[in-house]
Design a binder for this molecule. Structure first.
Ligand SMILES: Nc1ncnc2c1ncn2[C@@H]1O[C@H](COP(=O)(O)O)[C@@H](OP(=O)(O)O)[C@H]1O
Ligand SMILES: [Mg+2]
Length: 260
């Protein structure tokens, strides 16, 4: 039987094939109206993903970074897609870019797939199945966050670090810091390879929804600075996220609040 998560994995792989074709051929970027870069890989990968999802799940509306919302997509159940997250990393050719598809239900990311095709990593998860990584040989490895060490390993944006994030991190003296592009940060925390991803800077809901779904399914949490779980599709067409922290071990959230 094909599960909903299989459908997302299939669509993400089709998107990944398009992205890798462009990666191999060389990349030409142009600036979007907001100044951020976009490539043919972004637009063509989104088209491939949308076609696949519409074939398999024609009744579920979609919101994509490049094409926006299909009719009805502000409702209770929709797919949220970033066909190429980490466009700057894609352009600079360091491999840290991802294909992202999430299913949102009533504001919650209930299933998601993050594919990092150049890294050979595919993270998936849902409320029903838990989280797992599909390795290049096709086997499924269950994912679980790790208990937080005294000095957590912190992942931060490679291309969009902010002074506010650095200031927030002062509550964890001695933490290990690793720059890392794209939503692969969520997958690595879900896999127990790191502990925290603070983002006190702008992101969009499609940047985080799929990774957040995987992280929640692995036992982690993505929360606002007030400790509320991040919500999706609640902004009436405004797709900006608030500042957030992605935690592996939810006990870290308590340590953060304790630090004031
Ligand atoms: N000024 C800004 N406004 C909104 N989103 C921003 C932004 N600067 C960076 N981002 C988001 O951060 C994402 C990259 O994440 P990271 O910095 O962790 O690699 C970008 O995704 P895209 O690459 O899909 O455009 C973009 O959506
Ligand atoms: Mg993005």
């Amino acid at each position: 039987m094909t599960t909903l998560l299989d459908t997302l994995v299939h669509a993400a792989r089709l998107g990944g094939e398009v992205v890798m074709r462009h990666y191999a051929a060389g990349v030409e970027a142009r600036a979007k109206s907001d100044g951020s870069p976009v490539t043919l890989a972004d637009t063509e990968a989104e088209a491939a993903i949308l076609a696949s999802l519409r074939r398999d799940q024609p009744d579920v509306p979609t919101v994509g970074e490049e094409t926006g919302a299909s009719p009805g997509a502000n409702g209770e159940r929709f797919f949220l897609i970033d066909p190429l997250d980490g466009t700057r990393e894609f352009i600079s050719r360091n491999g840290e870019f991802t294909v992202n598809i999430a299913l949102i239900e009533n504001g919650e990311p209930v299933a998601g797939v993050v594919l990092a095709p150049a890294m050979g990593r595919l993270f998936a998860g849902s409320r029903e199945t838990g989280a797992f990584e599909i390795t290049p040989d096709g086997s499924r490895r269950p994912l679980r966050v790790r208990a937080a060490p005294t000095c957590p390993v912190v992942l931060g944006s490679r291309s969009h670090a902010t002074a506010e994030t650095m200031l927030w991190l002062e509550r964890f003296p001695g933490h290990g810091a690793e720059p890392c592009g794209s939503s692969v940060k969520f997958g690595r925390i879900a896999a127990g390879e790191a502990d925290l991803y603070p983002r006190l800077g702008p992101t969009m809901e499609w940047d985080t929804a799929a990774g957040d779904a995987v992280l929640r399914a692995a036992g982690g949490l993505t929360a606002t600075l007030d400790g509320e779980a991040l919500r999706y599709g609640q902004g009436g067409g405004d797709w900006r996220n608030p500042h957030f922290i992605a935690y592996g071990d939810p006990a870290l959230a308590g340590r953060c609040r304790g630090a004031g």
